[in-house]
Design a protein around this ligand. Sequence first.
Ligand SMILES: [Zn+2]
Ligand SMILES: [Zn+2]
Ligand SMILES: [Zn+2]
Length: 370
Amino acid sequence: MRTYLCICGQPVFFNNSVCISCGRAVGFDPVSRDMRELDMTGEEGVLQQALVPAPQKRSLFRRAPKAPAPPLYRFCGNLHTCGCNWLLPADTDPAALCPSCVTTRVIPDLSLTGNSERWIRLETAKRRLLFTLLDLGLWGPNAPVQPVLPMTFDFLQNLPGQPAVLTGHVNGVITLNVEEADDALREKTRLEMREPYRSLLGHFRHESGHYYWEILIRGTPWIEEYRALFGDESSDYAAALQNNYTQGPPPGWEENHISAYAASHPWEDWAETWAHWLHMRDTLETAEAAQCQSNIVQPKIDAALLCEEGQTPTPEMQAFCDRISRWVALTTLVNELTRSMGQPDAYPFVCGGQVLKKLYFIDRVISSVK
Ligand SMILES: [Zn+2]
Ligand SMILES: [Zn+2]
Ligand SMILES: [Zn+2]
């Protein structure tokens, strides 16, 4: 995630709809994929772009010299209901929703206490996922990949006398249990499931992995390589999940999987590794945009680790391994920082040999899209 600078000189973040320092209205334009600073002008509710981003790599705002009439924007119709700060062209209907908000088919029942706050958290995490997918060319109106079944979200809740809501993906629809947006309930589940790490954004990234498996892997030339690395996905899925629930992960799962849950079935392995690739991508981008460098010595990760017998490492393999080296140095620093603050490790994972190969496979699949 990039950071932005308001004309007042203070930082503006991706989720801001107002600069907390000077009070200017700001929002995210999904077309230019940049934050825009806005002026409250013209008719009520219509916002005029006053400033455009400077052409530097890090988006600094400045007044545009001799710019043509700036485009007009309005906020998404969900600004005041779920705090959405995405922008739409000003000539759209005032109640129109942004490309992120329209993907939600069922919102939480707002007549129930606490659900407004949970909905805000759900949409905030979803926008962060969609920003990355937009950047990768995987999602949005201009993406090279235009799936038949657009990614859609249902935010459902356990209700008395109704079947339990399970977080998951079916035919393009991602269902999230609203309880996952409740910190206390999610922490309780995390402890019960003996997971080191459970987050709302992690759920969105994981479920998007199931969605993109259907688009990028099923019935494509990638399927054979996928099976060689992750296993045969035609094995009984329901039985595998039940087995994982009753018996726990097989001993030594760390050798081949990024998490214990990834060891339950090749589909879960893909979704867990996919989510992990997205964690890495967003966190490294954030650190590098902020020019945050770890002085912790980077481990040298040899591209030979990605090779089969007799294969010679390619420059692409080495570039990927160099990125993993920077990632290991960064996460070591982050863990040292959280330990200094008396908190558990922010990054409780180890990327072993086989996991590295799986991450590299996902890297190649995603790179092939653009
Ligand atoms: Zn400001
Ligand atoms: Zn919106
Ligand atoms: Zn899953």
